[in-house]
Design a protein around this ligand. Sequence first.
Ligand code: BES
Ligand code: ZN
Ligand code: ZN
Length: 486
Amino acid sequence: MNFELTISPINEIDSDVELIVIVNKNFKHDFVQDKKLLKKSGFKAGQDETCLLISKNRLYVGVDKINDENLRVAMAKAIQALSATKYKSLKVASYMKNKKSNATLRAMVEGFILGAYAFDTYKTEKAKQAIKDIVISLEEYNALELNMEDCATEVELGQITAEATNFTREIVNTTPEDCYPKILANIAEGLSDELDLSCKILKPKELREEKMEALLAVARASRHTPRVIHLTHKPKNPKAVISLVGKGLTYDSGGLSLKPGASMVNMKLDKSGACAVLGIMKAVSEMNLEVEVHGFIGAVENMIGGDAYKPDDVLVAKNGKTIEVRNTDAEGRLVLADVLAYAQQEVEADYIFDYATLTGASMVAVGQYTSSIMGNADKPRDMIVDAAKASGELATKLDFNKHLRKCLKSNVADISNMSNTPYGGAITAGIFLDNFIDKKNKNKWAHIDIAAPAYVEHAWGENPVGGSGAGVRMTIKLLEKLAAKS
Ligand code: BES
Ligand code: ZN
Ligand code: ZN
C-alpha cells in the first residue's frame, strides 16, 4: 500500500474512490454532500458505520468524534468495505484535531494498513486487497501551518508500526507444523540479515551449557528442539537500554497435563509474545530509534511422549532455584524463568519487559481485549499502560500482594509452578516470574500477559480474526518516548 501526501485540494486529486469521514453530530448539517442519498441508504454516521455510494465513487464512514482511536478503526473499516470492489486508488482529506496537529495522520495510516491485513497463506484463492494507492490531502487544514516533512514522518511511522504489527500477526497465524522453534530462529536471522540487528541463536547444547534446565524440560517431548534467540539493536548514543523477553511456545498441548480438546484449538497462539518481540525489533530498527533494545525469545514446543517432563518432577532453573512441577500446562513460566535469568545475565538493562500468553486467567480477569500488566513497581507498569493508551491498545495494571505470594509454596522445592488456589491465576503466574528477577532489577521489570488480546476469535476494532499483534504498538510507542528523551 503506497501513501502520498499532497497540498492539492481533494477535488483536484485523480483517484478511483473518495473516502469521506462524517462526524456523527455533523450529519444533520447541510454541508454534507449526498446527505439525501446517505439517509435513503439508512446511513446514520455512527462510529465505524460505512456507506458506499457506488454511482458517485464515494465511501462514507462515521466517527463519534475526531481522535486517533476513532480514525484508526474507521479507516480499517473503510478499507475492509472496499475489499470486494475493483477500486485501486483512494483519496481522503486529513482530519485533524486542530490546524497544527498532524498526529491523526499516523493513526489513519495505521488503520488502513491494519484493516487491509488478511491471512490467506493456506487459502488456495488469495484475498485481494484492491486499494494500492492512497492519497491524503492536507489542503483542508491550510498546508502552510503544517510542516510537510513532519506530516511525511507521521505517515512513515504509521507505516512502520502497522507493518510490524502485521508481520507479528502473520507469524502468530502460521501453523505449528510450519512454525516451530527453528523457524522462529530463522525469522530472527532473516531480520538481522535485512536490518541493522545482530542475532545470536542458542541451540540445545548451548542451552545446557547455560543451565536452562527448566526450558529444556518443557521442550523434551517435542521432535522440534528448542532455541533461545537474542536480537540486538545497538545505536551509537542510546538514551536507555531495554530488554524484551517473549514467550515463544510454538504449540502448547499442555504436555502430560493435557489440555482438553477444545482448549487446544488455536494454541499456535502461544508464541504471540515471541512474535511481538520480533515485530518490535523490526520496527525499532526501521525507525532507527536511539535506544538499545535486546529481544530475547524462548522458542519451545510443549508436547506429550515417553520423554515428556512430568507433574512431580523438580527442575533446577538457570538462577539455581528449584521448581516443583505440579502442572505441565503451566509451562510458559518455566520457559520464561530461564530466559528472564539469561536476559539479566547478558544485559544490564534500565527496563525489562516480558510478553507472554501466560494465563487463561488473565482473560477471565480483564476480558478479551486487554493486556494485564504486572510487576513490583508502578513506573515500568505505568509506562506500558500509558504507551498502550497512546497507541490504540488496551492494558491495565494488576497488583501483586503478599497473600497471593504464599500460594506458590512447595513442600519439596523452592517454589511450585502452580498456585494452590484457583483464584488470581494471572497474578500468581506474574509472582512466579518475579522469583526469577534479580534483586537489583525488581523495580525495572514489568510482565505483560497478552493471553487475552493476542488472538482474536471474533473480529473487533482494527483486528480481524487471528493474531492481533498485541504488544507491538504499545511497545513501539514506549520506546519512541524513551528515545525522544534529551
Ligand atoms: N498458554 C496457556 C495460557 C493461555 C490459555 C493463553 C488460553 C491463551 C488462551 C498457558 O500455558 C496455560 O496453559 N496456563 C494455564 C495455567 C494453569 C495450568 C496454572 C491456564 O491458564 O489454565
Ligand atoms: Zn500451558
Ligand atoms: Zn502456554
